[in-house]
Write a protein that binds this ligand. Sequence first.
Ligand code: BGC
Length: 428
Amino acid sequence: MTTDPDQPRRRPDVPFLWGASTAAHQIEGNNIASDWWTREQRMPGMEPSGDAVDSYHRYTEDMRLLADAGLNAYRFSIEWARIEPEPGRFSRAELAHYRRMIDTAKGLGIEPVVTLHHFTTPAWFARNGGWHADDAVTRFRAYIERATSILGDVKFVATINEPNMLAMMVMLARAAAEGKLGQWQSPTTEDGMPTVLPAGDESTGNILVEAHHTARDVVRAETDAAVGWTVAGAALEALPGAEHRLESERWIREDLYLTAARDDDFIGVQSYSTMTLGPDGVVPTPDSPDNTLTGAAYRPDALGISARHAAEVTGLPVLVTENGIATSDDDRRIRYTDEALRGLFAAQSDGVDVLGYLHWSLLDNYEWGHWEPTFGLVSVDRETFERTPKPSLAWLGEVARNDGAEQRTTSPVVEPVETTAPTTEETR
Ligand code: BGC
């Protein structure tokens, strides 16, 4: 599938996007027709999403917090399982709900960046064989055709979130169903998942590439939006003796998905940390008091590394669609973000075309089976759903009002990695 060479790449005429991101299943609550809802109810060690943070009803308040802080963009996803809860039965009311979200964003002066698929599918799609079913891409296309009916004036659309992580999840779910999870030899977490996440398999990756190209066609035909997908940056670093594996590991973890984006309008870059490659594969992150609440290494410089790599492989403008840190220490969130932005703007000075920066996440939310790792600029009381902005929200808003003037002028501060003195952080 190639793009018509006479069609210029779409580049909406908008200022630099400064904002935050969320995903429907992580914030809406009661997404009961989705495959994740089913999984949460039966998988040992997984906490359920339940009411999540009730953003399904409170999205206006959430967007207003973002706008009042000084941010101008909000990335959110629309939920396939709500729009098509049963095969072929599309809900006009749910489409109208998401259209209201778009109108609300626009009314507040916020650019909506809409993701069409963020990890979850309808439960019926999963039961039917998921992405490996013969009609998976056809089914996805039917959903995209309906979804685009509300997206005509949206300027940025992401088809699939982190297809590289999704391919891995699909592979592990299939292995779990066959009782074969043990083939990933690394130690497992309390949920029985490997601590070094394996790369997704190429056959699943290729299906997602086909789905992305199909969705891209529909988005281009039905809307004026710039279209892309959002890829998790691996920021792989090879230990001595492992350099020969770098190219193949990059391919399966990242470049397969970046290469498939070459005819898109932008590439979404998502970055949290780095990965270390040893001679036998990716090695676990050593325990350190410096690690974040998800056990990832504290590496704000990963964003610059991933943005440069994505731009180099795709040749596309970069939109940072996720970057953040799981921490209970908001000062640390500010330090991390400040340094990540400096790395991003250093890449920009070296020629990377950057369209915007969307922080993960606007809200403390449901982190796919767990509530403890908090990534939000805003905390939420899960009993009353009361929102409390953290200092990092005002800080990022101020950075946005100044269009990152300070972060654009100085190079990244390279802080020594702390290995001895404990910090307030603990790994889970
Ligand atoms: C995902 C988000 C997730 C975040 C933090 C990304 O992989 O797109 O849904 O919450 O990382 O783990």
